[in-house]
Write a protein that binds this ligand. Structure first.
Ligand code: OGA
Ligand code: NI
Length: 350
């Protein structure tokens, strides 16, 4: 009997396939070189946020500015989010992806405009090659607009994830102030640019993969939003491009990984970098990561601020709305690694 088609990767992966289906296989020129990837802990700066509210304030602002400029990525410790809350949200994600297929499928949709949905790969409607990932993605600010759409299983999902979202939002707001300050702007500069702030969250589930050298959990991309706060479990998989080489960012318990998204690159007029990163998979263990994507409102106008433009530093981008940017991002199916070039004044739209 022919196997029944599976909507979700987890259910295909757990059926004991020895070879990945052909739609997951990347062309030879675009495969992870797992033996060559450089695994080094602490490869991106670790910033201790304890100092942000004391006499070391300006040192920490300097560290954040330097990390945004050189790495586009940093890790944070002493961020104020309790350990129990972190382990709990990872547990809830793990439990969610272990629910029976029929229970998970209640949340399934392949329409990227839905504000709560479970899906697979990246955008199965537009992409050429699939990615070895399932994901639950949902909006979470303002909470009261969205919580009722979220999964109600595991039973504590809504209450506990809402609490986590609130805490991460507090962390983001502190970081946005610090980043504004590090650019020499008013502390509330970025906050004010965002219109009605948006906060989305994903729970990424990467099942074990029988041929991890042929595919990606997520291929190289930059994040289209403002800033991302990533929580990962204890299984390595995240890689960041630095000086033309992919380096692994191995898990450090109770820390978050912060990365600059495309919108901060624009708001800093290219001083801060939205850096390519990707997720590789492995044949042994499944992996969970939980990114929070902080976003401008779709109608917010984003462009280089006049404070950062002069004769030597002309505006690198035209003004655009975040809605316009975001639509381009989802429609390209992660074929184009980054959309920023489309918004340079020199880009010919015809
Ligand atoms: C993302 C992402 C990395 C990871 O979801 O945008 O880059 O390690 N995730 O899951
Ligand atoms: Ni990303």
């Amino acid at each position: 009997m022919a196997p029944t088609a599976k909507l979700l990767l987890a259910d295909l992966a757990s059926s004991g396939v020895k070879q990945i289906p052909s739609n997951y296989i990347r062309p030879i020129s675009d495969r992870p070189n797992l033996s060559d990837d450089h695994f080094s802990d602490g490869s991106i700066p670790m910033i201790d946020l304890n100092g942000l509210n004391g006499p070391n304030h300006s040192t920490v602002i300097g560290q954040i500015g330097q990390a945004c400029q050189r790495d586009g990525f940093f890790q944070v410790k002493n961020h104020g989010i309790p350990e129990e809350m972190i382990s709990n949200v990872l547990d809830i994600a793990r439990q969610f992806f272990k629910l029976p297929e029929s229970e998970r499928l209640k949340n399934y949709s392949d329409d990227p405009s839905k504000t709560t949905r479970l899906s697979t790969s990246f955008n199965i409607k537009t992409e050429q090659v699939s990615s070895w990932r399932d994901f639950l993605r949902f909006h979470c600010h303002p909470l009261e607009d969205y919580v009722h759409e979220w999964p109600s299983n595991p039973p504590s999902f809504r209450k506990d994830v809402a609490e986590y979202c609130r805490s991460v939002r507090g962390l983001v707001l502190r970081l946005l102030e610090a980043i504004s300050e590090s650019l020499g702007l008013e502390r509330d500069f970025i906050d004010k640019k965002l219109g009605r702030h948006g906060q989305h969250m994903a729970m990424n589930y990467y099942p074990p993969c029988p041929q991890p050298e042929l595919t990606y959990g997520l291929p190289g991309h930059t994040d289209p939003n403002l800033i991302t706060i990533l929580l990962q479990d204890d299984v390595p998989g995240l890689q960041v491009l630095r000086n033309g080489k992919w380096i692994a960012v191995n898990p450090v318990p109770n820390t978050f990984i912060v990365n600059i998204g495309d919108q901060i690159q624009v708001l800093s007029n290219d001083r801060y970098k939205s850096v390519l990163h990707r997720a590789v998979v492995n044949s042994e263990r499944d992996r969970i990561s939980i990114p929070t994507f902080y976003c401008p409102s779709p109608d917010a106008v984003i462009g280089p601020p006049k404070e950062l433009i002069d004769d030597e530093n002309p505006a690198v981008y035209r003004d655009f709305t975040y809605g316009e940017y975001y639509e381009k991002f989802w429609n390209k199916g992660l074929v184009r690694e980054c959309c920023l070039d489309l918004f340079k004044p020199s880009h010919n739209t015809t």
